[in-house]
Each structure stands twice: as C-alpha cells, then as structure tokens.
Design a protein around this ligand. Structure first.
Ligand SMILES: [Cu+2]
Length: 632
C-alpha cells in the first residue's frame, strides 16, 4: 500500500476538500450500509459542497461493482455516519482510474492473440511493450455492448527508458473489458513497419548541452505578498479559497476583490468542467481516439507533485491534493497546487512630454496552478489574478504528441511526419470551463457586445461611425453563442441590479481569445457526446446538479447529455445566479518541432473588469525600483 500522508490542515471551513481520513471514513460508511462485495470499487469520494447554509460535512461517493457493472451514487453525512441518499445510475460507466491504467496493459499483454499480433510485427520482448489505456467511446460493436471498456494503443521501446512514443505499433489495439479483466477483441488493421529511430528528450540521453545560459533567479527578499490560512488566500486586495476535486482538479471559490472599504464578489466558483481531444484520421484505431481527459479520467487525480525551483520559481506556497483510490483509501498528491507571484512587466506608464515627468508602475500577478499528466500529454492550468482586477486562465499544453505510424501505402494520412515513419495526426484540444458568476452580487446577466459600422447617411457623412450594439442574452437558447470576427464580438457579465457612480452596470468582459469549435461533423462521436463544442459560450441558471457539460458519466456516454439537453428547457438566464460555460482550445496541426517533446503552447481566456470600477483601480500601487537590476 502507498504511503498516505496525514493532511496538515484540519478541516475548519465548509468548502475545505475532504481530508485523507474523511475519504476513508466516507468509504467505510458506504461499505457498512451498501456492501457490494468483492467487486466494489470507488470511482469518486469528494466533498459534497454545501449550497446555501453550511451545515454538516458531507461526501459525494460514486461507487460501482465490477461484477455486475452497476453504479450507485451516495450522499454521506460524515457527521452522523449515515448514507443520506443512495441513487442507482443504470447504464452509467465510471471513469478510468489511474489504478486501472497499468491493469489494462497487463490484461492486453497476457492475451495470446495480442502476443501473436506483436510477434507478427517482430516484437517478442513484452517488457518493452507499452500499451496505453484509452477510453473507447461508443462505436456500436455487438461484442462491446454492456461492457466497461478500455482500448489499449501500443508502442514499443528499443531499450529501457527509451521514449516509446517514437515507435508506434500502428494498427493494433486490444479492446479490454476492464471490469471483467479480459480482452474482448484484438483489432489488427495490418502490419506496418515499426519505426525504430530514437526520439529521446530526457536529460539522460542528451549528449551536448547548449552553452552560455546564466542563471535567472527570482528574488523576493521580504517573502511573498500573499497570505494563506488553510485554503483561504489573500493577495493585494484579492481573496478566494482553493478547492480541488479528482475530476476537475483546481477549483477557485468565492473570488472577491477589495474596492475601497468594500470586498466585491466576482465569481462564486470557477473550474475546468470538461475537455475533449478528437483526432482527425479516419483509419485504424484513430477514429476511436476522443479522450475526455476530465470526465473519462479525472484531470485532478492525474496531478503532478510539483518540484520547487523547477516547476515553480520564487516564494512558493504548495497545497497538497487528497484524492481517493478505487479501493476507497486516500492518496495525497504532495505539492499538487502551486501558489506564487510573478512580475508581469509594466502595469502602466506615462511621460508628460512637457514636464518630462514619468510615472511607471510594475505589474504582477498571483498564479494558482497545477499540472496533470494524461498518458503521453501534459496539461498545465494557470489561473492568474492581476492588480487591475483581471482574471485569466492560461492552459499550457506540453508533453508528447500522440504518435501514429504510416498508412499501409507509406503515406502519412491526416497528419504531419515528425520523424521517419512517425506521424502526428491533426487533432484539437477543446476545453470547457464552468464559471458560476457573481459579479457584484448573485444575480447576473450576460450581454453580447458587437461593434458594427453604421450605414452611410446624413448622420454618418464620412462613413466612420461605429455603434456598440449590446444584446442581453435572456434565455438559454438565446445564450448559445459563437463569436463573430466581423463584428468583433465579446460578452459581458453584468449585474443589472446595480449601478456604479458613473451609471454603468458593473461588469466583467469575457475576452474569448482562444474560442475554438471543432470543425468535425456534429454527427461524429465528439459532436454527439461533447455537445459543448458547438458554441463558444452557453449560459444556464446555476444548479448544483448541472456540473458536467458532457454529462455526469462521460465514459461511453450517450449522445446529447449535459449542456445540449439542459439548455433545451430554454430557462431564463437573466438577473439570477448564472453559470457561463466557455469553450476554447488549441487546434493542433502537429509541427515537427512538437517532437519528441512539445514546447508549451497556450490557450485560455481573460475576464476583465468592464465598468466594474469607476477608473483604473491601480493608482494606489506604489512606485517600486528593483535594487537587484544592473547594467550588463
Ligand atoms: Cu495536441
């Protein structure tokens, strides 16, 4: 058994994530009342977040039975040691747990048909074979119906520690029933020579280092400007609370900013809600690669333990993350969440050219981040808070592209050659964030803002007139929106119940700079099961039971779940607690430079105060001069 570290912080706030002991207790309570026997596994044990009145501590538990395939949800009171609700979820398939990753590989590698298929390709040393566990989706094969499946996609090392992703075994997949521990079928699309040229990136393989790099050190001689109390964080006028769940990873609660004597709210709860990575090659195993890394695996359980001075520079505060394993025990991911400050260059500057008097202020941001490893790929999520009230999510994509071999005719198919015989197929990384907005109070409205040219006429003799056209989005269907570059569209989230001294409804603008809709057909797997990809924003009334934009259980899910179904109700979304769902991402046309390990690429969005303050709120930032700077 792995070491379970005791949580350093004893639960004191209703939104504190479950501690290791609370996770163990929740599992024991469920097992005592509803023992499912030897096949009992725990998909999720997480804090059941209190809604209005914080009362007793409760856990949400999703539990399943690998013998029957049944899944149940429980709400557990940790205060009274009772199961308050027990809800069967017929047909729901739990996520693929980290505990099952290597299990799927073992099952595949023990199957004589799989061993024979490898031998056909000249591969007999199974110790060098790496068969990654991929979610399957639903493709209508008769022998898959009713089963909980993993498809393994396979690579081979030339020798231990060699980067196996340089050596794809094209056209071979084992379809594994992970509940029953058996191979359902071997899919073999024909032998393609395995490329053997090495593509190693690790330090141990690097023969020559680039010379001349002098150290850059971050020096904070008086320590950081933030303070942390349990999961509460305060920084330069900002206050919020850190949360963490196995499925979402980092969660920000109750984001407020100080304005004079008043602490004003902006967001009630913010998190990554789903993501999907559809691949665009139609042959072999590749159409089945549509990984929902949030809903099918859990981006939180895959968080890294971060390394001081490598992952994070400066004065760092780490939060541990505590997640459940499928046996109901807790696992602590040490240093999973990093909190630190970064210099961001100038915040603002002006020189009065007559007096030659200059004012300049340095900008900085607070960074709250975590990094998840999902098989071959890394996703790093950085929430940024700025002195001027700006909120940003910057997602950094790195790791190793999902490599494929050539087609039977030696062509690359729908991809880029990155090494002899190695291809990276075109794909997208599409993210969806759930933003429970609370701009200056609980009741908000989304307003679409277009910039349009007025028609020429007597009022517009020089044809330069521009109008700002603001359209409140009042119902769910009206609020399914996409961008329009010709109208330079953006959206504001405002409180129509309040007015600032200038007479504006206080608001925040969503700068959707990475909005991305997959160009794939709405009839394909992702169009069907990840309906959120159809629009850049969606707005729903905030409901605690509507958390997952592609459905509660995404693994082998049915079409149309989540946002497409909820918003068909066309509920009112004006002047009430609303959730804004924003879809964004990265269209990955693979570059040779992405191989053998991909330099970081970015996507994300910005929330910027817009009429929230009556003027630049940073005039009170004192001028500062670095004493560590020198002339080179
Ligand atoms: Cu990619």
């Amino acid at each position: 058994m792995d070491t379970v570290y005791a949580s350093a912080h004893t639960a004191s706030h209703p939104l504190d994530p479950l501690s290791a002991s609370e996770i163990g207790t929740a599992a024991a309570i469920v097992r005592a009342v509803h023992d499912l026997g030897a096949g009992m596994r725990f998909e999720t044990i997480v804090l059941h977040e209190p809604q209005a009145q914080p009362g007793q501590r409760r856990a949400f538990v999703a539990v399943y039975d690998v013998s029957s395939g049944d899944l149940f949800e429980a709400i557990v009171s940790l205060s009274t040691s009772t199961v308050e609700h027990w809800i069967p979820r017929p047909g729901a398939k739990p996520r693929i747990a980290p505990d099952e990753f290597l299990l799927a590989e073992q099952i595949a590698k023990a199957d004589p048909r799989f061993i024979a298929a490898l031998a056909k390709r000249g591969i007999t040393d199974l110790s060098l074979v790496c068969s990654d566990p991929w979610s399957c989706g639903v493709f209508g094969h008769a022998d898959e119906v009713g089963r909980r499946l993993i498809q393994t996609i396979t690579w081979v090392r030339n020798r231990p520690y060699d980067n196996h992703y340089a050596h794809p075994i094209e056209g071979l997949s084992a379809v594994v029933d992970i509940n029953r521990g058996e191979v359902v079928r071997i899919d073999d699309y024909g032998v393609v020579p395995v490329p053997r040229e090495e593509g190693n990136y690790a330090a141990r393989f690097q023969k020559k280092w680039r010379a001349g790099l002098k150290p850059i050190e971050v020096v904070q001689p008086e320590g950081p400007s933030f303070s942390v109390d349990g999961y509460d964080v305060a920084w330069c006028g900002w206050t919020f609370r850190v949360g963490f769940t196995p499925r979402e990873g980092l969660v920000l609660h109750d984001l407020h900013i100080q304005d004079g004597d008043v602490s004003r709210s902006i967001i009630k709860r913010a998190c990554l809600a789903e993501m999907v990575v559809p691949y665009g090659h139609p042959g072999g195993v590749h159409p089945r690669k549509n990984a929902f890394d949030c809903g099918e695996y859990g981006i939180g359980v895959l968080a890294n333990s971060l390394e001081l001075g490598c992952d994070c520079l400066g004065a760092i505060h780490y939060f541990d993350a505590v997640v459940n394993r499928i046996d109901g025990t807790a696992e602590t991911i040490r240093n999973a969440i990093c909190l630190h400050e970064e210099d961001t260059g100038i915040l603002w500057k002006h020189t009065d050219f007559r007096t030659q008097e200059t004012d300049v202020r340095r900008g900085r941001r607070l960074v709250i981040s975590f990094i998840a490893t999902v098989g071959n790929y890394e996703y790093a999520f950085y929430w940024h808070l700025y002195l001027d009230g700006t909120i940003e999510l910057d997602v950094k994509l790195t790791g190793i592209i999902n490599t494929a071999g050539l087609m039977q005719d030696g062509s690359t198919g729908r991809g880029t050659l990155v090494s002899p015989g190695v291809v990276g197929h075109v794909h997208q990384h599409v993210f969806n964030v759930r933003l429970d907005m609370a701009v200056d109070g609980p009741n908000n409205t989304v307003v679409e803002v277009d910039t349009v040219a007025d028609p020429p006429g007597p009022d517009n003799p020089w044809h330069n007139a521009l109008s700002i056209v603001e359209t409140p989005l009042l119902t769910e269907k009206a609020a399914r929106r996409t961008g329009d570059p010709a109208r330079i569209r953006s959206w504001k989230i405002v409180s129509r119940e309040r007015k600032t001294a200038l007479g504006h409804h206080p608001g925040y603008r969503l700068v959707a700079h990475s909005a991305l809709r997959t160009p794939a057909s709405p009839t394909n797997q992702v169009g069907q099961r990840a309906g959120f990809v159809a629009y850049d924003i969606w707005v729903t009334p905030t409901r605690p039971d509507e958390r997952w934009p592609a459905g509660d259980y995404v693994n082998q899910s049915n079409p149309g779940e989540g946002l497409p179904a909820w918003t068909e109700q066309d509920r009112d979304v004006a002047d009430r607690p609303i959730t804004v769902w924003h879809t964004f991402g990265h269209n990955h046309i693979v570059r040779p430079e992405d191989f053998p390990v991909q330099p970081v690429v970015h996507c994300g969005f910005i929330l910027q105060p817009f009429g929230f303050f009556d003027r630049n709120p940073t005039l009170d930032i004192p001028p500062a001069k670095s004493t560590h700077s020198c002339c080179a």
